[in-house]
Design a protein around this ligand. Sequence first.
Ligand SMILES: [Fe+2]
Length: 394
Amino acid sequence: MNPFQITRLPVLHFGVGGISQLPQLLQDRSLKTIALILGGKSFKQSKAYDRLIEGLKKVHIRYKEFSIVGEPSPDAVDAIVETLKREAFPPDGVVAIGGGSVIDTGKAVSALYTMEGSVQDYLEGVGTRKPLGTRLPLIAVPTTAGTGAEATKNAVISRVGPKGFKKSLRHDNYVPDVALLDPELTISCPPEVTAASGLDAITQLLEAYTCTRANPFTDGLALKALELAGKGFLIAYRDGNNLEARSQMAYAAYISGVCLAQAGLGVVHGIASPMGGLFPLSHGVVCGTLVVSATRFTVSRAMRIDDPSEDSVLKRYARAGMALSGKDAGSDNGNAALLIKTLERFSTETNMPSLRTLGLTESDLSMIASKTEAKYHPIPLTVQDIEIILKDRY
Ligand SMILES: [Fe+2]
């Protein structure tokens, strides 16, 4: 067994209607003034929002509200922090309620509030300063089932454009203190977002389970979560009101965050990073559209590797296939094929667009391939291999 390390995990509150516990939870932690980071409109227009504000007032917790639409830029994070630093009542905690971008904003705000300068100064591969690891207490409440940002230690910050980037502010201490998962909050999520975010979670589980940094702790979690996602994904897409499916996907997404933070990811996320920095594309759609071709390519290579061990790359894909499909084809090759078939079905039924439909050109693909890093992918990949994966989805 390879050495591995498990860092902190958030305290998890899971259950339908759990958002009603939030004011009490803040009170238990002696938080009196919070920065409340929200997304666009959907949560704000819900009854849950009205009840939350009522609840906060009841226990005399002050809140300063911010709204973030799309992925956070360094400017957006800096602006929130500057506003907070000018407040008469400085915040003693941050609550982020929304999709992955909102939770990442909350993470970055909670950290930057305790540091000097711009968030850009601390981004991996962009800035020159190291994050200190200090932050305000942070509570994450996801309203989509996808990124698992409520369990991860990084905040993805993007600047889109020719000199764009999509880089992380990362520290083990940035894992939120509390993840409050209320599957009911994901009911308002429209089918196309349910599909893209769900496929992001499934990709994260699959990549964490098959990557070179996989470990026994995350293996067990990932397989069970793949099984639940396999049951819930299409049902949640077809019938957004199905709370059982929404619960399965909310749990799977959370675990995908735990696993990626404690193990690693593979080539789909390796591609998603430069692709998302260069083009304004949804992360979930990028993962959802690439997971099929990346898995097909890797499995075909894995089938040619002569490794009789219980932990071969092929066996890992085969076990993931059994979990996600809920079936057993009786052989490793058969189960790995089941995995590809199930991913194809998920991607086709939810109309994941091809890269051409997303507006990319063939020369874009070569540029993206040259900028892709996939150091934990289970098999070594050349730039040409990555181009094959991209062209397969063109
Ligand atoms: Fe992802």
